[in-house]
Each structure stands twice: as C-alpha cells, then as structure tokens.
Design a protein around this ligand. Structure first.
Ligand SMILES: NC(=O)c1ccc[n+]([C@@H]2O[C@H](COP(=O)([O-])OP(=O)(O)OC[C@H]3O[C@@H](n4cnc5c(N)ncnc54)[C@H](OP(=O)(O)O)[C@@H]3O)[C@@H](O)[C@H]2O)c1
Length: 317
C-alpha cells in the first residue's frame, strides 16, 4: 500500500490505518482475542502498518489484544502503534504510571506515538504539566513521538508552547464526509504547521458504508445507540450522500466505504484509521488506497458532504 510520512514524525505509515477501539469488547460488542487477531492479520496482509488504540478501550483490553496479536504474528517491529492516555490521567504521576502500564500491555519498549486522548475537562491539570511529562518520556526513550486528540486549535497551539525539545506531531480528531468541524480552523492550522490529522470515525461509525438508513434504521446495542448522528432526521439528511457514494462505487468498481475513505486520502496530511470488526472489513478499507477519485467527482462529493454536515444536528432532546 502507498505510504505517507505522518506529520512531524519519521514514520512512513500506510495511507489507511486500522483503529482498534473495536477490540474493546464493550463499546462495539463482544469480540474474542482470536477474532481481533484475525483482523490484525488481514489488515497487515493488506498493507496496513499503522494501528491506533487507547488505554480506555475496554480498560486496556484493546491494547492487550493488539500487542499480543502483533507479537504472535511476528509483526512487532514492522508496524507502528499509536495509543492514547486517558484524559483524566494527565497529572505527571499519572502519565508516568499509565505509560508504564501501556508499554507493558502493548509489549513494546517504546510507544511509537503517544497521544493525549482528550484535554483535561474537569481535573484542571495544567496543560504544561502534561506536555512536559510527555517530553520527559521522549527523552527517556519510552515514547517516540507525541500527539493530541480532540484538542481545540487554541489549546493545541498553547500545548506546543509548553514543549522545548519536541513538538506535537499529530492531532487525532473526528473527520469524515459529514462531520466536518475540522475544516473550519483545525485543518488549515495543521496543514500550515506540518502536523498530521489522524481522522477518527472516518466512516461516520459505519454510516458511510451505506448499510444504515432511516428506512432500515440501525438497532445498535453498541456505542452508536447514543450517537445523535444516527437520529432518524440525520439519517434522512445523509441519504443523498449515501446515494452518491453508491453511484460512485458502481462507477469505480469500489464500495461506498472505499469511496468515503478515498475522499479523505486526497489530502496527504490526513490519515484515516477506520475501525474493523471483521477481517473482510479491514481488507475492504485497505482497498480505499492505491487509486484516486477524479477531481470532478471528488469536488462534487466534497461539496455534498459539506452541505449536509451543516444541516446535521446533535441536539437529541
Ligand atoms: N480519539 C478519539 O477520541 C477517538 C474516538 C473514536 C474513535 N477513535 C479511533 O478511530 C477508529 C475508527 O473510528 P470509529 O470506530 O469510531 O468509526 P469508523 O471507523 O467510522 O466505523 C467503524 C465501524 O464501521 C463498520 N465498518 C467498518 N468498515 C466497514 C466496511 N468496510 N463495511 C461495512 N462496515 C464497516 C463497523 O461496524 P458495523 O459493522 O457494526 O457497522 C465498524 O465497527 C477507532 O477504532 C479508534 O481507534 C478515536
């Protein structure tokens, strides 16, 4: 698979990565270790070398499954692992303790990319305390690069000012055809500063695969039950885009998911990390790379997604 340099790192990552939240066993439904291992194996076989997980996913289970699978498959040392520290654990002592636990669960000497999962919301931890501790972890060789996730641009910019020897390499944020907040100020900032955008929910939690609609509404028992994107009025709003994804999929001999991911990969600073519950999904998503939508098709899809994104409401009651 084509590779791209990830932001301010020396990591050449596959154009499409793999998100491992699906290995948590709770948020996305039950999953066994063997099922998770099969997803990792197929992803790697399809050329994916960039895996994203987090301490909070299944309270360490996703990290354990991913680390164990990579070891058993002989892939450790051949792929890059990004993980995240819980946003409530940002005091110096907690960062140091969690980094040790996470290295152990992943079975690595150094974490390739260590991201702050979300800013301290109610703990009032000074941002510079966290950032300086992350810098210390880099100095000690326990972490190779640092990143943030879900930071508004002003806080990200301030967090960078706390650092003296390293910089923030990546920013992980929700970004897909119909959830476009990053377009407004974050993405322009990241592109200007050479920081990669790691796009989470690049398939809008499965919505952009075209298998859910207002007519056949999803009956989720998972994290999507509470996601306002799946409210009936939003499903109706998104339908014209789903229709367009299906039309393009037929024209290009691809799937709607591959079209939606390919739209993201046009920008070299954006790296999508779709989650997969099955080896087939991982393989299909890897197939979003290696070809390009025509300029005209890309622009039409882009405009349609933007128009719909502005009408979507997250207010559920
Ligand atoms: N930093 C953060 O705060 C944050 C937040 C969320 C996620 N993330 C990361 O981003 C990754 C991806 O985001 P996400 O899991 O929220 O959403 P996503 O990647 O947009 O959607 C994943 C879901 O879509 C469905 N799917 C995936 N590929 C498919 C295919 N080819 N065909 C049909 N269905 C397919 C699967 O669910 P079904 O089959 O059940 O439909 C899968 O669980 C996560 O794994 C995690 O690593 C980070």
């Amino acid at each position: 698979m084509d590779k791209v340099r990830l932001g301010k790192t020396d990591m050449l990552v596959s154009r499409v990565g793999l998100g491992a939240w699906q290995f948590s066993g709770d948020a996305w439904g039950a999953i066994t270790y063997e099922q998770a291992k099969a997803v990792v194996a197929k992803a790697a076989e399809a050329g994916i070398n960039f895996f994203d997980t987090a301490a909070v996913y299944g309270r360490g289970k996703s990290e354990e499954y991913l680390g164990r699978a990579l070891k058993e498959l002989g892939l450790r040392g051949h792929v890059y692992i990004a993980t995240k520290i819980h946003g409530d654990w940002l005091r110096r002592a907690d960062v140091l303790t969690s980094a040790e636990n996470q290295r152990r669960r992943l079975g690595v000497d150094a974490i390739d990319l260590y991201q702050v999962h979300w800013p301290a919301c109610w703990h009032n931890t000074p941002i510079c305390e966290t950032m300086k501790t992350l810098e210390e972890l880099v100095d000690r060789g326990l972490v190779r690069y640092i990143g943030v996730s879900n930071f508004p641009v002003q806080l990200l910019d301030y967090a960078r000012s706390c650092l003296s020897r390293v910089d923030i390499a990546t920013s992980q944020n929700r970004y897909n055809l119909v959830e476009r907040e990053a377009d407004k100020e974050l993405l322009p900032y990241l592109k200007r500063e050479g920081i990669a955008l790691i796009a989470w929910s690049p398939l809008a939690k499965g919505l952009l695969t075209g298998k859910y609609s207002a007519e056949s509404p999803p009956t989720f028992e998972d994290v999507r039950r509470a996601d306002p994107l799946f409210l009936p009025q939003n499903l109706r709003l998104v339908q014209p885009l789903i229709d367009e994804l299906k039309r393009l999929a037929a024209a290009y001999g691809k799937t709607p998911a591959q079209i939606a991911l390919n739209w993201l990969t046009r920008d070299p600073s954006v790296v999508p990390i779709p989650g997969a519950k099955t080896p087939q999904q991982a393989e299909e998503n890897a197939g979003a790379a290696g070809w390009t939508l025509s300029e005209e098709d890309w622009r039409r899809l882009d405009a349609l997604g933007r128009e719909i994104s502005q009408k979507i409401t997250y207010v559920a009651w």
